[in-house]
Design a protein around this ligand. Structure first.
Ligand code: PEP
Ligand code: MN
Length: 398
């Protein structure tokens, strides 16, 4: 991390920043330049109080020079970005098309999956989902998934979804809980694995998934900061695995009304700033409210999601889990229709998004002239009673 001081920052201001950084136990290295002094900060800067440093008098900018998630990080330049593309079965993720992953929360029976697959296909979904072993909030819920009791049951449940997917030409996604069963999912013909929210930082599972060729949808833990989450994603990538889809499914927030709080800002950050990996939005778990899934899924597309996870069931009123947030067949059809329009809109307006990196160099060259032109040579208070020339935007103007 580098702290860039303003042009004309005083020696006292530079020393104060260095002093604070050392008090915080970082090593520092000063690089005085013609216009700006740079202060290199060494050590684990992930916990550095950036806001506090940024607010110090004379500080212009904090520049991150490397991100801890080296493989998951953004690739290309701010104006010319590279995004990963890879297949789930015969469906391309991160390419030119939006991908809809839809299906029931749980695999409940052979017939239910067959009907669900037909409904998802008719609705225009591309990938079929369903869980074989479910996390439940209460151990007394009475339903832990069709494959919860034994590996044989699990294999049987996987057979239902794989058969239904094949019958309707849709690859299938199933959540995995147990790292020792990865080969069971692979052998059953599952096309993509899902890491559920409770396992978002399950070291053993993530380490084990490094070895599978199957793509993985990794759901963000509901209390994980976006960059901490990317570090957990990175864990799967360290031996070269690249086919990972991020998934925003809501974080813990103040709302009692929605099951979770969908963090659309993080989807925008993943897509525009932080990573080359494709991002999904799961508004079913994100809202926990069937009637909010449609609008929030559409919002997620504009924020930057290119994959959509949606729970839908032949009759959500008899679903064994998450029925309250699960769409009726008519609703999934209408939603997919609407997503196509929003995707078209996103593509049409994409060129109107101008990253600041494209403009900053132009405006940086004009800083001194513009400061003088707009503010004259006004006296400004920076810090506790220090009088200085120039107009810092964070300083209190007198
Ligand atoms: C699911 O996808 O059905 C599920 C349980 O999701 P999450 O892990 O996000 O709660
Ligand atoms: Mn669910």
């Amino acid at each position: 991390m580098i702290v860039k001081m303003r042009q004309g920052a005083t020696r006292a201001q530079i020393s104060a920043v260095e002093r604070l950084l050392r008090e915080l136990e970082f090593e520092t290295g000063k690089m005085p330049g013609k216009d700006h002094t740079l202060i290199g900060v060494y050590g684990d800067v992930s916990q550095a109080p950036r806001g506090r440093i940024f607010e110090m008098p004379g500080v212009e900018e904090i520049i991150s020079i490397s991100r801890a998630y080296k493989r998951a990080t953004q690739k290309g330049t701010g104006t010319d970005r590279f995004y990963s593309t890879f297949p789930i079965g015969n469906v391309t993720i991160g390419g030119g098309d939006l991908v809809v992953v839809a299906g029931p929360c749980s695999i409940e029976s052979e017939r239910q999956m067959m009907e669900a697959a037909r409904i998802m296909k008719d609705a225009g979904a591309h990938v079929l989902r369903g869980g074989v072993h479910k996390y439940r909030s209460s151990p007394y819920s009475g339903w832990e998934g069709i494959g919860a009791q034994s590996t044989d049951d699990l294999i049987e449940g996987l057979r239902y979804i794989v058969r239904a997917g094949r019958e309707h030409q849709m690859p299938v996604v199933v959540e995995i809980l147990d790292p020792s069963l990865i080969n069971v999912y692979e052998d059953a013909g599952v096309d993509c694995l899902q890491i559920g929210e409770p396992n978002s930082r399950n070291t053993i599972l993530l380490n084990a998934l490094r070895g599978t060729d199957l793509p993985v949808i990794h759901k963000r833990g509901n209390s994980l900061d976006p960059e901490d989450y990317l570090l957990w994603v990175e864990r799967m990538m360290i031996n070269g695995k690249e086919n990972i889809i991020l998934c925003e499914r809501g974080v813990t927030g103040p709302s009692q009304y929605t099951r979770n709080t969908l963090d659309l800002g993080s989807i925008a950050a993943f897509h525009h700033q932080l990573t080359h990996l494709p991002a999904a939005i799961d508004a079913s778990h994100g809202t926990g409210n069937r009637d909010l899934v449609h609008p929030m899924t559409l919002a997620g597309i504009l924020a930057g999601a290119s994959v959509l996870l949606v729970e839908a069931h032949p009759n959500p009123l008899v679903a064994k889990s998450d029925g309250f947030q699960t769409l009726f067949p008519e609703q999934i059809g209408n939603l997919v229709e609407a997503t196509k329009e929003v995707w078209k809109l996103r593509e049409t307006i994409a060129h109107l998004y101008v990253p600041s990196a494209a403009l900053e160099p132009i405006y940086e060259k004009r800083v001194s002239d513009d400061r003088e032109r707009l503010f004259g040579r006004a006296k400004t208070v920076v810090g506790k009673g220090t009088l200085e020339e120039g107009g810092g935007d964070r300083a209190a103007q007198l």
